[in-house]
Design a protein. Structure first.
Length: 103
């Protein structure tokens, strides 16, 4: 059940029941809450994962009331994960630093 910062129950369909993060954080920091809800506007989507555990060996276990999913991922080196554009930008910055250093 979501609550507003004034302690009353919130209706997640009413935009007026949401508050700015700056107002919510001090209330959350005092304790007594399980989390902070977010407003999802038409251009955004969200997922609520309450029981998520990352284990050694690149294993992620996600549990919900109805199911459990186990996901694995492969570590990639930096060079494998960079796009061609990222590599070009890194080359450019390295050359600029080298030119400044060598005058």
């Amino acid at each position: 059940m979501p609550y507003r910062i004034n302690g009353f129950k919130a209706d997640p369909t009413k935009r007026s029941h949401f508050s700015a993060f700056e107002a919510v954080k001090p209330v959350f920091d005092k304790g007594g809450c399980d989390g902070i809800g977010i407003s999802v506007e038409p251009r955004f989507s969200a997922i609520d994962i309450d029981d998520c555990v990352a284990d050694d060996g690149n294993k992620l276990t996600v549990r919900s009331r109805d199911c459990e999913a186990i996901l694995y991922w492969k570590d990639r080196s930096r060079s494998e994960s960079w796009t061609d554009e990222m590599k070009a930008e890194a080359r450019k910055k390295t050359m600029e630093r080298s030119e400044k250093k060598n005058g």
